[in-house]
Ligand binder design. Structure first.
Ligand SMILES: NC(=O)c1ccc[n+]([C@@H]2O[C@H](COP(=O)([O-])OP(=O)(O)OC[C@H]3O[C@@H](n4cnc5c(N)ncnc54)[C@H](OP(=O)(O)O)[C@@H]3O)[C@@H](O)[C@H]2O)c1
Length: 242
């Protein structure tokens, strides 16, 4: 049966791979991100024409409202899966306390609010019972090393567990994936050096970075109705990283 699946951060990287995975399975997608041109390009790569794109900044309530309105306008009464993949790390070295506050706000907006506002906007439309929510955290939540980014990704874990308790009685599952080093996305921008790559790879059991498709495969599995008894969980997709 075709499901309606909303994916944020779908214009690039892991979000795009997730969107492709669900589209290959025959689902209708709603792709969300800030850059409309990236979403349009992503739409063209999907194997069927039943998906739409909504350009919105999900760290802003107005952006989440736009997604809610677009979903309603498309006639999607029920949302079966929400994948909150949008996220980013702030590239700044804070000096003053005001800088520290700015960086922490930016990382919480990009990684926590983008997920919370999206799910909250669609909450009433989630299929009951049966909907699945998957948030994209990070091993930085457990391993540290990312300061405000690590803290924001850890906050997602607490939220996922709370939401699983809240929505569980209505038959809705809520989980997170925590990727390790995934290459081939826009996440690192120009901050990936050969030395950093080697350092990150050396910490994995598999001695290689992950691919967006390998994360998408786990998101897909968590959204499978057959996996309905998995909720409140965080699944690491990190090549056995230490
Ligand atoms: N790559 C890794 O090694 C790694 C490891 C662990 C966790 N993660 C997490 O995985 C997720 C996907 O990252 P990625 O590696 O695929 O990097 P990416 O290619 O940079 O993808 C992030 C996506 O999020 C979107 N986005 C960012 N802020 C947004 C906002 N305020 N509203 C709406 N969309 C927003 C971006 O699109 P726009 O700029 O167009 O909005 C972009 O498409 C992120 O949450 C990241 O923290 C990545």
């Amino acid at each position: 049966m075709e499901r309606t699946v909303v994916v944020s951060g779908a214009g690039s990287g892991i979000g795009l791979a997730v969107a492709r995975r669900f589209a290959q399975g025959g689902d209708a997608l709603v792709l969300v991100g800030r850059r409309p041109e990236r979403l349009d390009a992503a739409l063209k790569t999907l194997p069927h024409g039943r998906s739409v794109a909504v350009a919105a900044d999900l760290s802003d309530p107005a952006g989440a409202e736009r997604v809610r309105a677009a979903v309603a306008a498309q006639g999607h009464d029920r949302i079966d899966v929400v994948v909150a993949c949008a996220g980013a790390v702030t590239r700044a070295t804070p000096v003053t306390l005001a800088d520290v506050a700015d960086v922490w706000r930016a990382d919480f907006r990009a990684n926590v609010l983008t997920a919370v506002l999206l799910v909250q906007a669609l909450r009433e439309r989630l299929t009951r019972p049966g909907a699945r929510v998957v948030a994209v955290s990070s091993i930085a939540a457990f391993r540290g090393g990312g300061d405000s980014y690590s803290a924001a990704k850890a906050a997602l874990v607490g939220w996922v567990r709370s939401l699983a308790l809240e929505l569980g009685p209505e038959g809705i599952g809520v989980n997170a994936v925590a990727p390790g080093y995934v290459a081939g996305t826009e996440f690192f921008g120009d901050r990936m050096t050969p030395a950093r790559h080697e350092r990150l790879v050396a910490r994995t059991a598999l001695r290689r970075p992950g691919t967006p498709e390998e994360v998408a495969a786990v998101v897909w599995a968590l959204a499978d109705p057959a996996a309905a008894y998995v909720t409140g969980a965080v699944v690491r997709v990190d090549g056995g990283a230490i």
